[in-house]
Ligand binder design. Structure first.
Ligand code: FAD
Length: 399
């Protein structure tokens, strides 16, 4: 196979670049080039701009209202968007629950949510993990009991990212508490339904994207069941394989390394450049090599996926390589910042009470520590890397 893109793909890249130049608001790009979580309003605005162009569903086939682009074009599109500083579209909507609804949901569910996801009008939280069910998701205990034409949900979820600003939550529940995986169903819940309580968890970087979600006698119509009762585990596996496939985070790795390269090349106050120090130069070279390998692995996976030939657990492979590389790039960024890395720079758009901790420093410093802290979690979320290694081993050993 070839790792170079053909001429038509290169034309496509130019078309995307021109679109970004004309349509991506500069203030929005400036905010997103830092390492902070993108603002919901920025995501919403950008999704609507993309949707007007017919490009918000970059990874969706045409019959769902998406672009129908080949995986390689999706790759190019993501790469260019990230480099330009565009915020992502809602990952949970477009890459997790959206494909599940459009593949397994009822016609009514597809009609209700498909267009709203495409236009950035509905955001989602992923309600899978529980205090006693993370890697071992099958032992979840949140339950949904049928009462008349409703489900009544009781239980507790944890680590639910960005649910505080979401409209909907897709929740894994037990509809048959006696059965293990075959007792699991997937249900859509309005985040503001009576009985849903959200409690924030602040992370080491003092930012808030994680939550606990409590369900106390939450009533939802039976029509909010995705697909069939007892098939939630099948849908969850489909969703998690998709989640892992994009957790190679090639565009983010690429953009973060470009940012590191840039400030290693800047002259410091003493007139020297960090890149001239052998320690930094050799480590940068190693990261460049790892990044190139990740690109090739991603492209290979895309080619194989498009050709339907892949027998490898590609999602798990990409997840391990991509998440580890994000952490390594973050570590070198922090080392290169030196004394300026000792501060958690507050998000300029975030909590103003943190302003007194703002340290004067180079303009590339804010956001790096925040991102570094958050990325400690990349080897955990989306399925811990240790568990991914087992999946790979099982596949090679044909266990
Ligand atoms: C930043 C962040 C965001 C998240 N967002 C969400 C979200 O939006 N929605 C959601 O539902 N969940 C979310 N999660 C939860 C995430 O999916 C779980 O943290 C993850 O699946 C691990 O589960 P756990 O935390 O219970 O750890 P455990 O499963 O208890 O694992 C603890 C340790 O034991 C190891 N381990 C466990 N089982 C095995 C095994 N079989 N073999 C080898 N090692 C093993 C793990 O690798 C890990 O190191 C998020 C987590 C983080 C950190």
């Amino acid at each position: 196979m070839h790792f170079t893109l053909d001429q038509e793909d290169e034309h496509f890249r130019q078309e995307v670049r021109a679109f970004l130049k004309d349509n991506l608001p500069t203030d929005l790009a400036e905010r997103n080039r830092r390492g902070y979580h993108p603002l919901r309003e920025d995501i919403r605005q950008w999704t609507k701009i993309l949707n007007r162009q017919g490009w918000s569903g970059a990874n969706w086939p045409k019959h769902w209202g998406g672009t129908g682009w080949s995986p390689v074009r999706q790759f190019i599109f993501d790469e260019e968007c990230f480099l330009a500083g565009a915020p992502p579209v809602d990952t949970a909507g477009f890459k997790m629950i959206g494909p599940v609804i459009m593949t397994f949901g009822s016609e009514a569910m597809k009609q209700e949510y498909g267009p709203r996801i495409l236009n950035g009008d509905v955001y989602w939280g992923q309600g899978f993990s529980e205090p006693n069910a993370g890697s071992d998701l099958g032992s979840l205990s949140t339950r949904a009991d049928r009462v008349g034409d409703e489900y009544v949900i009781n239980g507790r979820k944890i680590w639910t990212s960005f649910v505080e600003t979401a409209e909907m939550i897709f929740v894994l529940v037990k509809t048959d508490p006696e059965a293990r995986q075959r007792g699991i169903s997937m249900i859509l819940v309005d985040r503001k339904a009576p009985g849903v309580t959200i409690r924030p968890i602040y992370d080491i970087g003092e930012s808030h994207s994680l939550n606990e979600v409590f369900f106390d006698d939450v009533r939802v119509p039976l029509t909010n069941l995705v697909g069939e009762e007892g098939k939630g585990w099948t849908y969850a596996k489909f969703l998690l394989e998709n989640e892992r496939a994009f957790s190679a985070e090639w565009p983010r790795n690429n953009a973060n390394l470009a940012r590191l390269r840039k400030f290693l090349n800047l002259r410091q106050a003493d007139g020297h450049r960090l890149i001239d120090r052998p320690g930094f130069a050799s480590r940068l070279a190693q990261l460049e090599t790892d990044l190139l390998a990740l690109r090739w692995l991603s492209l290979r996976a895309l080619h194989e996926k498009a050709g339907g030939q892949s027998k490898l657990p590609v999602g798990s492979l990409l997840k391990i390589r991509g998440s580890e590389l994000l952490q390594k790039i973050g570590e070198l960024q922090v080392e290169a910042l030196g004394c300026y890395a000792s501060y958690v720079y507050p998000d300029p758009l975030g909590d103003s009470s943190l302003e007194e901790t703002w340290a004067p420093g180079p303009d590339y410093a804010p956001g790096i520590m925040a991102d570094y802290f958050y990325r400690r979690a990349t080897t955990i979320y989306g399925g811990a890397n240790e568990v991914q290694r087992t999946i790979i081993a099982r596949s090679f050993l044909e266990l």
